[in-house]
Ligand binder design. Structure first.
Ligand code: FA5
Length: 389
């Protein structure tokens, strides 16, 4: 379109439109009129359709197409919208024909817009598949789904077994005071029993003394729980990590997980302790595994026992099995009746209240469950090992 108005046309919404004069309608037709168009060029400015379609064809991306849509079909200021609005200004005798022609043009432009959008989308996909050498028809890569560490799984199963027997769960600190880890458990300084736990100390002196350590067992939580409980009954378990300066081997790690269990009340007996241990073992291993109790010494219980299960590697035969060190058994926990002195120190009356306590090694239980021959696999973070559980 030129700057000067052709005869009988006026400027509407950025384009030239026939004037409302009936004579004008018969006078307009021109070189821009497209042969295949069904749109009457006597009513709609010649070249308008060609101009719109030409602009659409040269819109090369989604943003340009959107700009075109707003310019031509936009509800507010679209050129075609303005054309349609101008229908009511047309003389009555040509109004219907004008409206039909304008609507026909609108339909054409909308259809051309849809085609152009589709063409651009296909072109983008084609480009992506060649330029990025991406085969969009390939199935997606499966996502690796994480899972709980086998020691965590085992810990949760033991906790659940105890919860089903009426125990509640408590927590205690991993960095512990000497007096909870040892003194309150009847292991004073220079007591030979301290050698049973090769301790990792925190390098902080209080009154010139090492007083803080990484707890060597979960037993200090027996004391912490009793301190917080004015009156028995108590039925509690305390799971958590412990640390020892160990020379590691197939069944010993320097970091281990224990679950402490404590039951205090009137008339609690050794047979209750054995009942709880059999209950737990049956839940975790079924009825087939063999269990053995040995007498053992722990300063905080009297009497004390250790519970072991038949070795899954040598099937209990011993010989030169490196997992059970030839004994045929793998020890999984220490236990016993809470020492009366500890009951009394907690403010209870040991002539009335008795209790049992036990400390399970969770990694050992996990070894037995899955027949793993070396405890050190657990913390080497080798996914080929961990992904099996
Ligand atoms: C104790 O730690 C006592 N506190 C247990 C106890 C609690 C006895 C309450 C009586 C009453 P012991 O050092 O034996 O005991 O350890 C208990 C269990 O932890 C062992 O049976 C074993 O299963 C596990 N365990 C001990 N040391 C290690 C280690 N280095 N690596 C892996 N597991 C271990």
């Amino acid at each position: 379109m030129g700057e000067l108005a052709p005869d009988n046309w006026h400027l509407v919404a950025g384009g030239w439109w026939p004037t409302a004069s009936p004579t004008a309608l018969s006078l307009t037709s021109g070189p821009l009129y497209t042969q295949d168009s069904m749109i009457d060029s006597a009513l709609i400015p010649p070249g308008l359709e060609a101009e719109a379609l030409g602009a659409l064809a040269s819109a090369a991306d989604e943003a340009a197409i959107e700009a075109w849509r707003v310019q031509w079909l936009g509800r507010q200021d679209g050129r075609l919208t303005a054309l349609l609005r101008s229908v009511k200004e047309q003389p009555v005798e040509s109004r219907a024909a004008f409206g039909a022609a304008a609507n026909e043009l609108k339909r054409k432009l909308e259809s051309a817009l849809a085609d152009r959008n589709e063409a651009i989308r296909k072109e983008a996909l084609r480009e992506l598949s060649t330029s990025a050498a991406l085969d969009v028809t390939l199935p997606g890569r499966p996502q690796a789904i994480g899972r709980l560490h086998p020691v965590t799984q085992t810990m949760r199963d033991i906790v659940k077994a105890f919860e089903e027997m009426g125990f509640r769960v408590a927590e205690g600190p991993e960095v512990e005071w000497d007096r909870y880890n040892f003194d309150a458990a009847r292991i004073p300084e220079d007591h030979p029993a301290r050698d049973m736990w090769d301790t990792i100390w925190v390098n902080t002196l209080i009154d010139g003394k090492r007083s803080m350590l990484l707890r060597t067992h979960t037993t200090p939580n027996q004391i912490r729980v009793m301190e917080r409980t004015p009156e028995p009954p108590i039925r509690v378990i305390v799971p958590g990590k412990c640390y020892r300066q160990e020379a590691t081997d197939a069944t010993h790690e320097w970091m281990l997980t224990q679950i402490e269990a404590l039951a205090v009340g009137e008339g609690v007996r050794m047979s209750d302790l054995k009942g709880v241990l059999y209950g737990m073992a049956r839940k975790l291993f079924g009825n087939d595994r063999k269990i053995i109790f040995h007498h053992s010494y722990f300063p905080f219980v009297e009497p004390g026992v250790e519970m072991a299960m038949d070795c899954f590697i040598c099937r209990g035969s011993g010989s030169d099995c490196r997992t059970c060190h030839g004994t045929g058994w793998i020890e999984i926990l220490g236990a016993g009746m809470v020492h009366p002195e500890i009951i009394d120190k907690a403010g209870y009356d040991s002539s009335k209240h008795t209790g049992f306590a036990l400390g399970i090694g969770v990694e050992r239980v996990a070894l037995l469950r899955w027949g793993i021959e070396d405890i050190r696999h657990f913390y080497q973070n080798d996914l080929r090992f961990l992904a099996q559980f």
